[in-house]
Ligand binder design. Structure first.
Ligand SMILES: NC(=O)c1ccc[n+]([C@@H]2O[C@H](COP(=O)([O-])OP(=O)(O)OC[C@H]3O[C@@H](n4cnc5c(N)ncnc54)[C@H](OP(=O)(O)O)[C@@H]3O)[C@@H](O)[C@H]2O)c1
Length: 242
């Protein structure tokens, strides 16, 4: 595998499991020095670091509860100047709009929009100065356009807004060698997907086949490899419409 990210430092939020872990592995194999942030599982953190190192990559990591707007500073204290920023962690809650609580709105927008936004604002100046940077954000299923969502309004509103963030960064930082894009995965089975969600994913996915983390990451890593793609909102969902 060509080490196309040799000499680059990557930060992957939510990088110890699911799609984030799959991204971290691919970055490590391509030569980046990878910092993974996980939530609460030391086992998953250790497992991720081992997997990256066993594959010949360089990895460090830490656990950090990132659910508050001020959390970004705690993450950046550990990895101040990444050349590559992957915002993978993205919790959701299913409930009709009228049942969402104030806490839900604050948490879901903080985790899915504010945290990526603050991280980007904090690292972008350095990327522009170096004339090189890659930012990849993870949207939600079908959040590539303004749509209505019966049970994920807060999550999906925050995820849809990431498109504005990516296009704004591409507009101003694109001329300085920085790309910023949003990938919107289809229904994807991961180690976090419980039985009910797996059944739902199978029932709703085209052909009855949900995606897996590796499939999403294989496509997403190509976006990082090709800065010609910039300010794009890219569904990787086999054409699924919820
Ligand atoms: N999976 C899908 O079907 C799907 C579909 C559409 C979009 N997406 C989006 O794709 C992205 C990746 O999703 P995913 O399903 O692979 O995983 P995810 O659940 O969003 O992320 C898992 C990662 O987040 C960490 N984490 C958990 N709680 C945390 C907290 N409070 N603070 C900081 N980190 C925390 C986990 O660490 P621990 O293991 O230590 O808890 C793990 O590293 C998300 O943005 C998601 O919204 C997913």
């Amino acid at each position: 595998m060509e080490k196309i990210f040799a000499g680059k430092t990557a930060l992957v939020t939510g990088g110890t499991g699911g799609i984030g872990k799959a991204m971290a592995l691919r970055l490590g194999v391509r030569g980046a020095r990878v910092f993974v942030q996980g939530g609460s599982s030391p086992e998953r953190l250790e497992g991720t670091l081992k997997a990256i190192r066993d594959a010949g990559g360089e990895a460090e990591g830490f656990l950090y509860d990132a659910g508050l707007p001020e959390s970004a500073a705690g993450i950046l204290d550990r990895v101040p100047r990444p050349d590559i920023l992957i915002c993978a962690w993205g919790p959701y809650k299913r409930a009709p709009v009228e049942q969402l609580l104030a806490h839900d709105w604050l948490f879901l927008t903080a985790a899915n929009l504010t945290l990526p936004g603050i991280l980007i604002s904090s690292v972008l100046g350095n990327m522009i100065g170096k004339k090189w940077g890659r930012i990849l954000l993870f949207g939600g299923t079908n959040t590539d356009a303004i749509r209505g969502f019966a049970t994920t309004a807060a999550y999906s509103a925050a995820k849809t807004a990431l498109g504005v963030v990516a296009k704004s960064v591409a507009l101003t930082a694109g001329p300085y060698g920085v790309s910023c894009n949003v990938v919107c995965p289809g229904l994807t089975d991961t180690e976090y997907t419980g039985k009910a969600a797996r059944d739902y994913n199978r029932e709703r996915s085209p052909g009855g086949i949900p995606l897996n983390s590796g499939e999403i990451a294989d496509m997403a890593i190509q976006i990082l490899e090709h800065p010609q793609v910039n300010g794009a909102i890219i569904p990787i969902d086999r054409g699924l419409k919820l």
